[in-house]
Design a protein around this ligand. Structure first.
Ligand code: SF4
Length: 370
């Protein structure tokens, strides 16, 4: 038996089991009780022709608001993979690890999705979605004012738009513009458990300044325990693979859980950040997450960013004045010297071309920045 991550199509080195296992006849009370555990919920498929497990997953997500891991177990065949993913499953127990390639191909086989599902709540045509994102990209390029860009993307994208803020300079500028525009945007930050105290202080300062609440999104506790038991407390320093595994559990999965069901995702990515981000557009269709990814300050220079922050007296992380530019988790971030690459302070022990945490990677296109 092997455990497959349906969002990335990769095998997971975990031995944890479901906190509760539902059979296809589970009623509303059983679903509510399963959701209340907060642990991994397994759903049993007694045969590949029994689709009731898909409905249970959708009910868990949509009716009970369950955000934890849902795992498919039982009689599973690779053809089910895209349907499991779309109905809200995160993982699947597959009988033979050697079949992983077949499962990966099944996950990418369906190119056009016309029906609604947990990971594409609106019945979108992929090509139409691509064109809408491309049109938005062109319109944002013609708008100079950041608050007007926010207003335009809010007007254009129908449904929930989520802003994942790291409280970095770019994100603070975007937060200010969102507050200025009055746009209805959902915002949160990934509390990896390894943040600098100064990041949390910046959360509080921003909440006071803009009279809002920034949700802190935590990783799954059981996944963290399994990760640390396997790799050690600072195992991410031992190899790129370990580091990506840590970022996967502490950042990527919580992010994907939060973005499930969103129509748009705002980030603070700028083209100046690195070579891998040099051509990042203002808006692009993220097919793997089935949403429009929007980078409203993609074209901003560092000089423009700092001038904007200064002009609006925007609260910033005090670490910036101590040489920290791109700020991530405390053990993986150091100050940089004048003239150094802005991202040189992130995972400085690794090669430059490996320096992405996975948040801005497309899970179904290996190694390419989205
Ligand atoms: S930045 Fe470092 S501590 Fe944070 S999730 Fe990635 S590897 Fe783990």
């Amino acid at each position: 038996m092997a455990l497959l991550d349906l969002q990335t199509g990769t095998l997971l080195d975990r031995r944890d089991g479901p906190a509760v296992l539902l059979d296809p006849t589970a009623d509303a009370a059983a679903l509510a009780a399963a959701a209340a555990t907060g642990g991994i919920v397994g759903i049993h498929f007694p045969s590949f022709g029994d689709g009731r497990g898909h409905s249970l997953a959708v009910l868990l997500r949509e009716r009970h608001g369950f955000k934890g891991e849902i795992r498919a177990v039982g009689y599973l065949i690779p053809d089910l993979a895209p349907f499991l993913l779309r109905s809200g499953f995160d993982t699947a127990e597959i009988t033979d690890a050697n079949d992983v390639g077949t499962w990966q191909r099944a996950l990418t086989r369906i190119k056009h999705i016309y029906q609604p599902g947990f990971r594409n709540p609106a019945p979108l045509r992929r090509d139409a979605s691509r064109k809408e994102a491309s049109d938005l990209d062109a319109r944002l390029a013609e708008i100079d004012d950041l608050a007007f860009r926010i207003a335009e993307l809010r007007r254009s994208v129908k449904g929930r738009i989520s802003f994942s803020t790291s409280l970095g300079l770019e994100d603070q500028a975007i937060l200010h513009a969102i507050a200025e525009s009055g746009a209805d945007i959902d915002f949160f930050t990934l509390d990896t458990g390894r943040l600098f105290p100064e990041v949390l202080e910046t959360v509080e300062l921003s909440e006071i300044r803009y009279r809002l609440r920034i949700r802190l999104v935590s990783p799954d506790a059981a996944e963290i325990e399994a990760l640390v038991a396997r790799d050690g407390v600072f195992g991410f320093r031992q190899s790129v693979e370990n580091r990506l595994g840590c970022c996967e559990v502490r950042k990527v999965r919580p992010l994907n859980r939060e973005l499930a069901g969103a129509a748009g995702w705002i980030t603070g990515v700028r083209r100046e950040h690195s070579d891998t981000r040099a051509e990042v557009p203002f808006a692009t269709w993220d097919a793997a997450r089935a949403l429009t990814k929007i980078n409203p300050v993609a074209d901003w220079s560092t000089a423009r960013l700092t001038a904007y922050i200064s002009a609006h007296n925007i609260p910033v992380n005090p670490l910036h004045s101590r040489g920290f530019i791109s700020i991530g988790c405390a053990p993986c971030t150091r100050a940089v010297q004048p003239g150094e690459d802005p991202r040189a302070g992130r995972w400085w022990w690794e090669n430059e071309d490996k320096k992405e945490c996975g948040l801005h990677m497309n899970p179904h296109r290996e190694g390419k920045a989205a």
